[in-house]
Design a binder for this molecule. Structure first.
Ligand SMILES: C[S@@+](CC[C@H](N)C(=O)[O-])C[C@H]1O[C@@H](n2cnc3c(N)ncnc32)[C@H](O)[C@@H]1O
Length: 377
């Protein structure tokens, strides 16, 4: 019988890997669906889709404001889902100086720039209320942020009168944000054509050590609208069995992106060229083959039918069939629900984008995925 599993255990530990920096590896054999890590944010800030940061979400925990909406007593732009969130916020992320700064923020029309203003204000609030956590934020990977580019200089001019940060600190913070922020998403709605908006961004101190792989062995779930105090926690679960000592990686974007798009994003935003097994195969593909990877997964079907091609041109076909959500326009990754407290594996798969739960025939309890792990490793 499998060992009992405690969901609060952290099943990964940090190590340094040449050319990959800090990474997280499995501290023991991990079963499919196990929670590897549950992490609370160092800070959260709103995605800037409207001019008001908190039009419909709690300004502290980012839960949807439905029946209860408690406005900030001194600024029009923030509201909270409970008295508890309001009082916590007034002593932390929404203290008097932040409240004044939000009210005085000049109109910033570019949504990306506006979100970065919110990030810098959240970082400033952290520096006032929790210097240790601020230093933790500064210790995250930010690449070589030696020279400030025009974007950072413009932001600095806007925010420095409030924060008092030097240009060097502003530049460094922006780089940390770019490389480490997790987008916390609005619920998936098919009527939006599968377009999911980011509601808020969060920096998670432990989860920020996960490196990227284009065929990840774990994926991240967030549940901003769930009840309780820990709705802004993220959890990372194993997609399939992972042997002790193996690096655990997430995909930094939907796994169904094509080779060029992935490489461009990884170079622009994360500063590295990906040489994972999937990229090594796909770099030799012609553009038409790339197009075949689009959402409807036709290519997957064709490749599956061909014994000859299987494991040669498309060794990751199995991943797409088994672990990419088949809901129209979704493209999320699916992982089993966590095992029961007694260690029994779940045969219910959950999508980390649309939230669909699906019973997987024959999924629970088998070990064939570690063979798959060996195939792609
Ligand atoms: C979120 S951080 C991950 C933790 C990071 N390695 C560290 O040392 O803190 C993202 C950064 O890790 C590095 N990284 C992530 N995945 C990588 C990979 N597959 N190969 C090389 N570097 C990677 C890149 O520098 C990237 O900007």
């Amino acid at each position: 019988m499998a060992a009992p599993i405690s969901p609060s255990e952290t099943l990964v530990m940090p190590v340094n890997i040449p050319n990959r920096g800090r990474a997280l590896v499995a501290i023991r054999d991990i079963r499919a669906g196990e929670i590897l890590l549950s992490d609370s944010p160092l800070l959260l800030y709103p995605a800037a889709f409207s001019s008001s940061p908190a039009s419909s979400f709690c300004s502290l925990c980012f839960r949807s404001l439905l029946s209860v909406r408690i406005p900030c007593p001194s600024c029009p732009s923030s509201a909270f889902c409970s008295v508890r969130c309001l009082s916590t916020a007034l002593c932390s992320s929404h203290g008097p100086s932040i409240c004044r700064a939000l009210a005085a923020l000049p109109p910033v029309h570019d949504p990306e720039l506006r979100a970065q203003c919110y990030f810098l204000l959240a970082a400033y609030a952290l520096s006032l209320t929790s210097p240790d956590n601020f230093y933790l934020l500064l210790s995250l990977d930010g690449g070589d942020a030696a020279s400030a580019h025009p974007e950072a200089i413009a932001l600095h001019a806007l925010i420095a009168p409030v924060t008092g940060f030097s240009l060097e600190v502003t530049t460094s913070l922006i780089a940390k944000d770019k490389r480490n922020a997790f987008g916390l998403m609005e619920p998936f709605r098919l009527e939006d054509g599968g377009e999911r908006r980011v509601r808020a961004y969060g920096i998670y101190p432990s989860a920020s050590f996960f490196n990227h792989d284009c065929l990840p062995n774990a994926c991240r779930f967030d549940y901003l609208d769930r009840d309780g105090d820990d709705n802004s926690k993220i959890t990372v679960r194993a997609i399939f069995d992972i042997p002790k000592g193996r690096e655990v990686c997430l995909s930094y974007f939907p796994v169904n992106w094509g080779y060029k798009e992935r490489q461009e994003r990884l170079m622009e935003d994360y500063g590295f060229q990906c040489n994972c097994d999937r990229c090594e195969v796909e770099k030799n593909w012609k553009d038409e083959e790339e197009e075949g990877m689009d959402d409807d997964n036709d290519e997957v079907g064709e490749m599956e039918d061909s014994e000859e091609n299987e494991n040669v041109d498309f060794p990751h076909a199995y991943f797409f069939v088994r672990y990419v959500c088949d809901q129209e326009d979704c493209g999320g990754t699916i992982a089993p629900l966590p095992p029961s407290p007694k260690g029994t594996l779940s045969d219910v798969m959950e999508c980390n984008v649309c939230g669909q739960l699906k019973k997987e025939e024959g999924f629970g309890g088998h070990g064939s995925d570690s063979e798959f792990g060996a195939m792609i490793d």
